[in-house]
Design a protein around this ligand. Sequence first.
Ligand code: DX5
Ligand code: ZN
Length: 217
Amino acid sequence: MHKAKVFPSLLAADFSVIESEIKKVRQAGADAIHLDVMDNKYVPNKSFPIEKIKSFYKKISLPIDIHLMIEKPEDFIDQFLSFNPSFLSFHAEACSDPKKLIEKIKSKNCKAGLAVNAKVSVDSILPFLSLLDFVLVMTVEAGFGGQKFIEDNIQKIKELDKLRKENNLVFEIEVDGGVNTENSKKLILAGTNILVSGTTIFKSDFVSKTIKKLKTV
Ligand code: DX5
Ligand code: ZN
């Protein structure tokens, strides 16, 4: 049976009641928490600076998935690894030596991923594919929650799934941006293993139902 894991994106949560927001999605079947880090350079927005994550990461009683949308992730990596994430991804074009950073992340017992922004082609990460634990395919332009899903990006998921099969590779495919209960089925059928979802989950009145619906085809 086709099935995906679901990682709620905390960007859409209500931070005034962060502990109950996390508890709510954990009890509803979330597999990990997705944390977006933005520096107002790689993307025109700022979120979850290191100090802020320090203040709440111990309350996250689920595995942590950090998505770095920052320039020079190599300069900040030690601090993010100190949060003991289970997954950590960054954008290759923002980094001077992606291979070195992937190896460093993996050496800390964390899964390493490369994120492919909406206008970036899969070709740009081909040299690193065999090293990766996962690829994060962005289905919106990185920077903001609540944007509209860009349909064209499904092609990238299919392309990655094909490359994975043809080359006997083991990386997982994570999809992030505008994911909802309308498009989740086709994303899973195209080869997605992990669905990130912010607005759809945190704005839902029936979180458990929503997560269940996202997970299955
Ligand atoms: C966008 C972020 C996403 C975002 C997803 O740049 O990487 O993780 O929080 O939010 P929704 O699901 O609302 O599009
Ligand atoms: Zn993200």
